[in-house]
Design a protein. Sequence first.
Length: 170
Amino acid sequence: MASRTIASPIGDLILVASEHGLSGVGWNADVVADLGGDQHSAEAYLDQTELELGEYFAGSRSTFGVTLDRRARSGFRGEVLDVLETVQFGTTVTYAELAQMSGRPRAARAVGSAMATNPIAILVPCHRVLPAGGGSGQYAGGTTVKELLLGIESDNRQSTGGGPMTTQPL
């Protein structure tokens, strides 16, 4: 396992990787979990993540290619995070829509819990999930950070001719 702190436009981010891929991106030491393994392989994932996040913040990347270590995912939360990864860049969904997409239309609160425990912020885009009643909702990095991430994606989508951010259809 390896970890690294990088500076970003939304504050310092802690990156964590194992020999299986990137396992954490966040703002505090809670993303660091000892999964053991080969540190050299883990460092390569950190290098790739740092590069890709730099491109994302610069507006030149809309998808991530780094391998994710999904070994800690299980149960409904794991299923929700898997479905969350299908929410496209520059689009948003509500908690209820993500619950529907996950096959459990009445589980919007459980979806919210899964978003709150997402270990790989930004790359597993919980910032793209909004409350049905409007507003941006809560976010581990703070509401301002969530709005900045949505703005980066909206600006980049518009500059590439993708149009404004829209809610993803079910």
